[in-house]
Structures are given as structure tokens and as C-alpha cells.
Design a protein around this ligand. Structure first.
Ligand code: FPP
Ligand code: MG
Ligand code: MG
Length: 378
């Protein structure tokens, strides 16, 4: 660790910007139908962790004092907040943003800057994530999220799917208005990756470069899927934040490497917590993965010690008693410890990337978030 690393409260650095996120997203979700508004806004009523926006804002600060391309001075900030029109009667929403907040970059006492475009990217990353959760809870038939009834439990599958689609559409509109083609490319890639990851989870194959279906080793398949469903959105959001700030390619790639490894570690810990933590602590069902037929890292590591797990994994724990037997073998094995060890390796790669950036409070905060991830309980 660098000697100049201080204990930094991320809330002090980006708390004001973060507070605005929920209200701003709500404004981006105005539609011609009041019930659609309710469905699309459902997951913003509870207490989300806002991991992705927090990372986007801190990366904005941490990369702002690193190497820059000559930043084009003609950023069209006004386009960020153009009212959204919908319906035959030219109804518009989204015209009540706080102008001062939205057009003025914020600057810390170390000279680290967050641009209005980066603030909006933080909101977009949370909208894409939430869209995927609306669809995920339908696919997983999950009845709770964040200690509240899921959207599908509250409004039914059809409306939950449409609510997710709507969120994705409004995120795309907000993204187009950032007027940055590279940023659109990055975020469009991660939306596709989310779907690919979910598909890899349903079918144990991956589409190869040649378009031919390729069979990966089980663990490679799991890690690839993990990148697709969790790593990609965090990685591309961090990179896009650096890109919007005018960072060089090198700095943007550092942001990507940080986000990718943090995302992989985050999901590995998530898959471990599914075995170790109660539903009350998680705010969503615990022990869900085996029930869904999924063999995540703890099971795959346990399989190395207990070959008798193989038939259970192959039949997706579908025979009565499979789930209990697999769970017991995971607890008897080193599977949970090995999962945490692998998460630790990716946390180290994430901090290695951060230390390539110049020292700043934002960088220290990102290091702390990365280290705390290994001890999170929910
Ligand atoms: C949560 O995983 C789910 C994801 C990280 C991604 C889900 C992606 C889709 C459903 C594809 C559609 C994507 C879009 C953008 C509409 P989990 O089920 O392991 O976690 P959980 O325990 O929080 O439910
Ligand atoms: Mg789920
Ligand atoms: Mg799922």
C-alpha cells in the first residue's frame, strides 16, 4: 500500500452527487403511463447500494488528474438535459433538473473534477443494472429484492419485463445525449454482455469467434459468464467515465482493468454469500443458486475434492436430495475458502490497476471499497 493512502469516506467525496442520483433517474423515467412509471421506478424506492454510480464518480475524480488527451472544449452540456418527448400531444418530462448542479463540474480540494456528463453516466450505469435486475427476477422467479417484494411479485412478469425494457430505452436515450460515440459503444457492449452472460448461465456453451458453439472447461465457462453478467458493466462504466473525462487510452484501460477485476471479485463474493448468509441479511433469497440448478465457484471447487458431485452438477441438482447433498459437500470442502481466495486475487489486480493512477483521495477511497468487498455480508 502507498504511504500516502489515507482513510477516506467516499460519501464525503461524492456524497452530494450520489444523493441526486435517485431523484434524477426518477425524472428520466417519466412516461405517458402512470403505472409504467410505477413499475420502472419500483427498485429505486428501496435502499440500493449504488455501487456502479459510486465507482463511476470516484473514477471520474481519480482519472481527472491523470494524463489527458487535449479535451475538446465543445462538450454540449445542454443536450444532457433536453426534455424527453413522448406521445402525440408532445408531452415532455425531465425539464425540472437543477441547472446549476447539472451544468457545473464539481471540483475537490485536490483539483479532482466530476463533469456533468460523468454524473449522468453514473445514473445510466444504475439504470442498466436495474433493468437487468427486473429481467433477472423474472428469469429466477425471485419474489424479493432489497427486502421488498420484487417487481414481478408486485406487478406480474409481463409488466416487470416491460419495465426493464423501458429503463433500458431511457438509459439509451440519456447515453445518446452525452454525444460521445466511444462511450455509447462501451455501454452498448456491456448491455449485450449482460444478455450473453445470462444465456451462458442457461446453456453451458459459448458462441466462438467463428460463430461455432464452443465448449469451455467448466471453470473457464463460469469465469467467462461471471465477466459477462457482472464484470463487463462495471468495467465499461469505469472506462466510459475516464473516456468522458478526456483520459488517454492508457488511463481509460487502467479504469477498465480496475472495474473488470473488482466486478469479478464482487460476483465471486456474491456466489459465496449465497451459501453463508441468511435471506434476511441478503434482502433476497439465500441458497438460491443450487435451487436454480447453478454450480457456482464454491461447488466447482468442492467438485475437485469430491468427484461424487459431478452427476449432481450435470443434472442441475434436479433429483430430490441433490441440493442438500451438494450444500453439505460444499461446507465440508475448501470450496468457500477457495472462492474467497480467488476473489482476493482479483481485488489485488484491481488495486494494482489503481496504483497506476496518481495518488488522490478518490484513489484511496477506491482502494478501500475494493478491500472492504472481501468482508461484505450483503
Ligand atoms: C443478477 O444475478 C443478474 C445479473 C447480474 C444480470 C442479469 C441479466 C439479464 C437478465 C439479461 C437482460 C439484461 C438487460 C440489460 C435487460 P443473480 O441472479 O445471480 O443475482 P441475484 O441474487 O441478485 O438475483
Ligand atoms: Mg437472480
Ligand atoms: Mg439470475
Amino acid at each position: 500500500k502507498d504511504s500516502d493512502d489515507r482513510i477516506i469516506d467516499p460519501a464525503k467525496l461524492v456524497g452530494d452527487d450520489l444523493k441526486e442520483i435517485k431523484a434524477n433517474i426518477s425524472k428520466l423515467l417519466g412516461s405517458g403511463h402512470p403505472f409504467l412509471n410505477t413499475v420502472a421506478r419500483h427498485y429505486f424506492s428501496g435502499e440500493g447500494k449504488h455501487v456502479r454510480p459510486l465507482l463511476v464518480l470516484l473514477i471520474a475524480q481519480a482519472t481527472s488528474i491523470a494524463d489527458k488527451k487535449s479535451l475538446a472544449s465543445n462538450i454540449d452540456y445542454k443536450s444532457i438535459d433536453t426534455p424527453i418527448s413522448h406521445g402525440l400531444k408532445n408531452i415532455t418530462t425531465n425539464d425540472v433538473f437543477d441547472r446549476k448542479l447539472h451544468y457545473t463540474p464539481s471540483v475537490t480540494d485536490q483539483g479532482c473534477i466530476i463533469l456533468p456528463t460523468q454524473r449522468r453516466l453514473a445514473e445510466i450505469s444504475e439504470m442498466i443494472h436495474t433493468a437487468s435486475l427486473l429481467h433477472d427476477d423474472v428469469i429466477d422467479a425471485s419474489m424479493t429484492r432489497r427486502n421488498l417484494p420484487s417487481a414481478n411479485a408486485s406487478f406480474g412478469n409481463k409488466m416487470a419485463v416491460l419495465g426493464g425494457d423501458f429503463l433500458l430505452a431511457r438509459a439509451s436515450l440519456a447515453l445518446a445525449r452525452l454525444r460521445n460515440a466511444e462511450c455509447i459503444e462501451l455501454m452498448a457492449t456491456c448491455i449485450a454482455n449482460l444478455v450473453e452472460g445470462e444465456f451462458m448461465q442457461l446453456r453451458n456453451t459459448k458462441e466462438g469467434e467463428s460463430g461455432k458453439v464452443k465448449k469451455l472447461s467448466t471453470f473457464d465457462h463460469y469465469m467467462e459468464k461471471t465477466y459477462m453478467k457482472t464484470g463487463s458493466l462495471i468495467a465499461q462504466s469505469c472506462k466510459a467515465s475516464a473516456v468522458l473525462g478526456g483520459s488517454t487510452k492508457e488511463v481509460a484501460n487502467i479504469a477498465y482493468d480496475f472495474g473488470k477485476n473488482l466486478g469479478l471479485a464482487f460476483q465471486l463474493v456474491d456466489d459465496m454469500l449465497d451459501f453463508t448468509v441468511t435471506a434476511a441479511e441478503l434482502g433476497k433469497p439465500a441458497g438460491a443458486d443450487l435451487k436454480l440448478g447453478l454450480a457456482t465457484a464454491p461447488v466447482l471447487f468442492a467438485w475437485e475434492e469430491y468427484p461424487e458431485l459431478e452427476p449432481l452438477i450435470k443434472r442441475k441438482f434436479s433429483v430430490k436430495g441433490d441440493e442438500e447433498k451438494a450444500r453439505d459437500l460444499v461446507y465440508q470442502s475448501d470450496g468457500l475458502k477457495k472462492t474467497l481466495d480467488l476473489a482476493q486475487i482479483h481485488c489485488k489486480l484491481a488495486t494494482d490497476a489503481l496504483y497506476k493512477l496518481p495518488a488522490s483521495d478518490a484513489r484511496s477511497a477506491l482502494v478501500q471499497i475494493t478491500e472492504k468487498l472481501l468482508t461484505r455480508r450483503s
